[in-house]
Structure formats: C-alpha cells, structure tokens
Write a protein that binds this ligand. Structure first.
Ligand code: TMP
Length: 235
C-alpha cells in the first residue's frame, strides 16, 4: 500500500488516499484546538500517543465484536483505516456529568448520572456542532431511523466495553465522543479516534483529569496526562 494525495486536513489529523480505494492513511498531528478552534496549541507527542491509544482501543473493540475502521499502525503517527463516508453526527455517551452537560443542566461536575445519557451533535463546524435529536436527524436526512438505532446501540456497547477495560487500569470513563461512517456497501463502521482528545478519563482514586480538559482549562501537565493514559492502557 502506498500513500497518495492528501484528501482532507482537520484540526488534529490529515487524511491521505492510498493506492487501495478502500483504505486511507490517517496522520495524527500534535495540534490541539478547543472551543471550536478558538483556542489553539500543540501538545508534544500527542499524535503518537493518540494513534497508539486509538489503535489499542480499536483492536480491543474489534476483538469484542464492535466492527471499526482500524486496520494497522504502520508507523508512529500513521494509521491505516477503512475508507468511510462519514455520517455527519457525533455520538456522545456520558456516565458522569461533566463539560457541556454539567453546564447545560446545572449539575456539579462529577455527579454520577442515574442512567447513561446518549446525545447526538450535528457535525457542522460553522454552526459549532449543535445538539440535535432524532427528529432533527430525520428532518435533515442525516441518517435513517435504523442507522440511528444502530449508532445508539453500538455506542452504548462501546461504553460498556471501554468502561470495563479501563477500570482495572485505574481510568474512569466519564464521557466520550464517537463518529461513524458507511462503507461502499452501506455497512456502518465505527471510525475516527478514541483518545484523550475525545474521551474524559479521570483517575479512579484521585479523580485527577487525564485528558484534553487539561489543555482546554489550562490545568498544566497536559503531555504527562496523555503519556500516563498510554502507560495504563499499554499495561
Ligand atoms: P462536552 O462535555 O464538551 O460536550 O464533551 C463531551 C465529550 O465529547 C468529551 O469526552 C469530549 C468529547 N468531545 C470531542 O471529542 N470533540 C468535541 O468537539 C467536543 C466538544 C467534545
């Protein structure tokens, strides 16, 4: 497989086509943004760590029956993945109130939710990724009702699998964001990344934040947190 033209550059990744029409090469950058790109910075070695962490978690999920786009990690910050046409939704799963949910509903951060919360956001940077429900998704034809049901069920299964995998590694899964895409034959696969950029991980004993909130909120120790997550996931 050889790397071809650059297809797309996002805030944290660059995507290249390859000589195989069904495969992409995803380059993980050290660039970090927050608040829809208003805050910018770099986190040294973030790309390497997020590529490794994502690969390990995608492998674990595949072993437990959650089909995803991960194929291989041929170099430090490059991932080979199945080519998907992206479903323009972000699926957020929450176990504990934090971030925008804590703010929106007036809950103290760290409050355990009586039941898991699942949310959809419309992927539209120009609108700041607004929260949407199944009526909006239907009205805008973003996904079929069957696809929405599949996204929800898969995301809840990922929550159960990841929370169980991370707990013995002393990481509490507070919340996370997933993205999905369609293969050429219409199969829905989990895509994007699963990393401290897209999840909140708190130390199970101390509650210390080991994720991108250290960057978003200027808490310091950003690089160290990403390294610590990798150390715990690598075992
Ligand atoms: P939120 O509390 O800011 O809505 O974030 C919920 C989860 O989604 C959190 O684990 C971080 C992740 N997330 C992303 O991956 N990308 C984003 O653009 C945002 C806003 C959140």
């Amino acid at each position: 497989m050889t790397k071809g033209e650059r297809l797309y550059e996002g805030k944290a990744k660059i995507v290249y086509i390859t000589d195989d029409p069904d495969l992409l090469l995803i380059h993980f950058k050290d660039d970090a943004t927050a608040f829809n790109g208003q805050k910018k910075g770099t986190i040294s070695d973030k790309g390497v760590l997020n590529a490794r962490i994502s690969a390990a978690l995608f492998r674990y999920l595949a072993e437990h029956g959650v089909a995803n786009h991960f194929v291989d990690l041929p170099s430090e910050r490059e991932m080979v993945a199945r080519r998907l046409s992206i479903v323009p939704l972000e699926v957020v799963v929450r176990n504990v109130a934090a971030g925008s949910l804590a703010k929106r509903l007036g809950l103290a951060e760290g409050t355990r939710l009586a039941r898991t919360v699942l949310e959809f956001y419309y992927k539209r940077d120009d609108l700041g990724d607004p929260l949407v429900n199944e009526y909006h998704i239907r009205a805008l034809d973003l996904a079929t009702p069957e696809e929405v049901a599949q996204l929800a069920a898969t995301s809840l299964r990922v929550n159960d699998l990841l929370a169980a995998h991370l707990k013995p590694r002393r990481l509490e899964l507070i919340d996370f964001k997933l993205e999905f895409g369609r293969t050429r034959d219409g199969q829905i696969l989990l895509g994007d990344e699963i990393s401290p950029d897209t999840c909140r991980f708190w130390d199970t004993e101390t509650g210390e934040r080991l994720d991108k909130d250290r960057f978003r909120r200027d808490l310091g120790g950003v690089e160290e947190a990403y390294q610590e997550v990798w150390r715990r996931i690598a075992g």
